[in-house]
Design a protein. Sequence first.
Length: 302
Amino acid sequence: MKSSLLSLTWEILNVSFAIFLASIGLKAFLLPNGFLDGGVTGIAILVSELTGFEISYALPIITLPFFVLGWFSVSRRTLIKSVISVLALAIIIHFENFSPVTDDKLLIAVFGGIFLGAGIGHAIRNGTVLDGSEILGLYLNERIGISIGNIILAFNTILFVITALTLSVEVALYSILTFIVTGKVIDFIFRGFEDYVGLMIISQESSKIQKSLLEEVGTGITVYTHAKGYGSTGYQKDTEVLQVIINRIDTKKTYRAIESMDPDAFIVEFDVNQVKGGVTRKYLSRTKGNKLHSDFFEKETE
């Protein structure tokens, strides 16, 4: 219970920090100079520039249709957290009073993108979104098969063309630069929306770790038996080696599950370029795959 409360508190603090970073990018750089980012945030800024409608009201209203799509395509937990996050961002933007940091357009585009990208990326790492365009990308990807990246690219291309026609070509070009910087920072922080890592685990508490992983993470586990080798305790034989493939978002949860059973477990983490088949948990998709439960393990060991 105490561990769950600490985990929830830490998650809330991280999401709050992400929202704060995004709000700096918007209020201290982009908004005072009329620069856009891509996605729903860019639409909200464009609407605000053209109509004078307060962006803190425009952002949640424009995001609402995307959350409706999210009801059919993302997990309920992710959707609820995202709604709360966007509302919190809108409130902070409304009351925040940052003075413009600089009037240099290049610095505005670059550092506005850095702060906004850091906020969005940090939010994604903690299981929420601050922009609805990735939800649109997932929704269309599941129905027509076009990649999420291509959908978001097409979405933003249309947005920047409209910006060039209604505001100016210069603003559109600087906004494209902001969008590129934002995307690169998100990739740097999160390395993509569906990024996987592999873990190789060696422990004398193998059975307990397997059960813990099934209960806490719900991921598939490959068990290599009768392995042998040399380690800190000397020669070992008939050791079980566990291998799991997890979404990067689940990394901390997985480490906690392992360490709760064996703090001295030997763990090797490695990048996974591609995953096909098996039991893997996707970050945005509401369908989590064939999630496993501990009763599978119990039946196997009977």
